[in-house]
Design a protein around this ligand. Structure first.
Ligand SMILES: NC(=O)C1=CN([C@@H]2O[C@H](COP(=O)(O)OP(=O)(O)OC[C@H]3O[C@@H](n4cnc5c(N)ncnc54)[C@H](O)[C@@H]3O)[C@@H](O)[C@H]2O)C=CC1
Ligand SMILES: O=C(O)C1=N[C@H](C(=O)O)C[C@H](O)C1
Length: 246
């Protein structure tokens, strides 16, 4: 039995994780913590899952590492500097494992992979992410990660990250945000959960790779896989890919 604590337990994702942990025979929910609650209740846990806010997650994570607790983190907002900081904390906590993943959906992980594979074959690439209107950050962590992977694949192939673009006048934001040179557009629309399209264009043809999370249960198999494996993966793991043998 693995004892699990959840940070952000009253949020959309945290509440879904609490239910998934309670439904699993090999996991026990021992702490459900939200803003203002005492973190000390988490010391009963072996693994802490964090779905909070980009502004809160670093303090939470430092506390977990300092207290020798493994952590599975879905909260967005991680860039190279933040990841380096976490690696620094882990250097003083041998045996502690932290996994940070921008998206725990298996189909989303595959969508990112397929986009990176396709990127070198097309002249143009742009990303459109679409989410529920209560989302705090834009663009999404998934879109940022996809853009980084696509840009790296294109650079390796000797291509520029984005595609041709003759725009000389534009309203602010009309061409999206540039992430590593790849244009990323963010839609916020009532009724949506989490969706993304990677649009690729070449000579007389286009390819659209689309992923849809229709319900937050889509993230649970990935979260539970990480909870079960993180105890045997000391140090920092970024993304779910290595747990899926990708
Ligand atoms: N990696 C993935 O697969 C996914 C990641 N996310 C990310 O997870 C994060 C949370 O998303 P939602 O659940 O939709 O947000 P939400 O706003 O519904 O929930 C966040 C919860 O965290 C709590 N919270 C804030 N600061 C806290 C603190 N210091 N300690 C404890 N609790 C705190 C809030 O009170 C709230 O209950 C976002 O960054 C989002 O992008 C969301 C879905 C999937
Ligand atoms: O806030 C969300 O909802 C989601 N956040 C993650 C992100 O920013 O990529 C994962 C998924 O898109 C849902």
């Amino acid at each position: 039995m693995i004892n699990v604590g959840v940070l952000g337990a009253r949020g959309r994702m945290g509440a879904t994780v609490c239910a998934a942990v309670e439904a699993a025979d090999d996991l026990a929910l021992v702490a459900a913590v939200d803003a203002g609650d005492d973190l000390a209740t988490l010391t009963k846990a072996e693994v802490v899952v964090d779905f909070t806010h980009p502004g809160a997650v670093m303090d939470n994570l430092r506390w977990c590492v300092e207290n020798g607790l493994h952590a599975v983190v879905g909260t967005t907002g991680f860039d190279d500097a933040r990841l380096a900081t976490v690696r620094g904390w882990l250097a003083s906590a041998p045996g502690v494992g932290v996994l940070v993943a921008p998206n725990f959906g298996i189909a989303a992980v595959l969508m990112m992979r397929f986009a990176a594979q396709a990127a070198r074959f097309f002249e143009s690439v742009e990303i459109v992410e679409l989410h529920h209107p209560n989302k705090a950050d834009a663009p999404s962590g998934t879109a940022r990660r996809t853009a980084e992977l696509v840009a790296a694949a294109r650079r390796e192939a000797g291509l520029t990250p984005g595609g041709p673009d003759a725009t000389t006048t534009a309203l602010d934001g009309a061409r999206g945000a540039s992430v590593d040179g790849v244009p990323v557009h963010a839609i916020r629309l009532a009724g949506l959960v989490a969706h993304q399209e990677v649009l690729l264009g070449g000579s007389g043809e286009t390819l659209t790779i689309r992923h849809d999370s229709l319900d937050r249960v889509s993230f649970m198999p990935g979260v539970l896989l990480a909870v079960r494996q993180i105890g045997s993966r000391p140090g920092l793991t970024v993304g779910l890919d290595p747990l899926l043998d990708l």
